[in-house]
Design a protein around this ligand. Structure first.
Ligand SMILES: [Zn+2]
Length: 193
């Protein structure tokens, strides 16, 4: 395992469209190593998500989630009334994700990004989604997600298309440095993705 260097905004890899992995490729030692290293890197930087382009690999892979210590039992259904930032999610690795929004409802919430350190901004996202792709064993997987998990999955999948959260903001009025975020917006940290 290794902690990888995170690409910062301005690096062209963050603006490229990443290539899908072929089914036979997923179980290769190189891809398994990549996923292990991405989990380790995400944990090191206390992120809640990390996409392969962020560590200079232009392939359609992301990891996401919070370590189990912050969870008891995973809820069967995400609570729609939950504050967007309050929710949590299990650790997942997802390959070649395809997102379908469920319904038209949008939710605005704070986001940060390991590739845009120490900045926060409010981003509108679909409140509920279904994401389909492959797990790290090459098995098809499908996840229904709402609120915080849905936000993280949309943020990470955007990275695979060269899209950063700034691009999704309706206005830049809420763009905030971390210090000022804590001072003026919320005493709680918002994790980076
Ligand atoms: Zn990000």
């Amino acid at each position: 395992m290794a902690i990888l260097k995170v690409a910062r905004m301005g690096h062209p890899v963050l603006r490229a469209k990443a290539r899908p992995l072929e089914a036979g490729e997923i179980r290769s030692p190189a891809v398994q190593q990549l996923i292990d290293d991405m989990f380790e890197t995400m944990a090191e930087y206390q992120g809640v998500g990390l996409a392969a382009p962020q560590i200079h690999e232009s392939v359609r892979v992301f990891v996401a989630g919070l370590p189990a210590r912050s969870r008891d039992e995973q809820d069967e259904e995400d609570d729609e009334d939950d504050d967007d930032e309050d929710d949590d999610m299990p650790l997942i690795a997802m390959i070649n994700p395809e997102i379908t929004p469920v319904g038209r409802e949008m939710a605005e919430g704070w986001e940060g990004c390991l590739s845009i350190p120490d900045i926060r901004g409010r981003v509108p996202r679909a409140r509920s989604i279904v994401v389909r792709g492959y797990d790290r064993k090459g098995k098809r997987m499908e996840i229904k997600a709402s609120g915080f998990s849905a936000r993280v999955i949309q943020h990470e999948t955007d990275h695979l298309d060269g899209v950063l959260f700034f691009d999704r903001m309706k206005s830049f009025e809420t763009l905030t440095f971390l210090d000022e975020f804590g001072r003026y917006w919320s005493p709680r940290d918002v994790r980076e993705e």
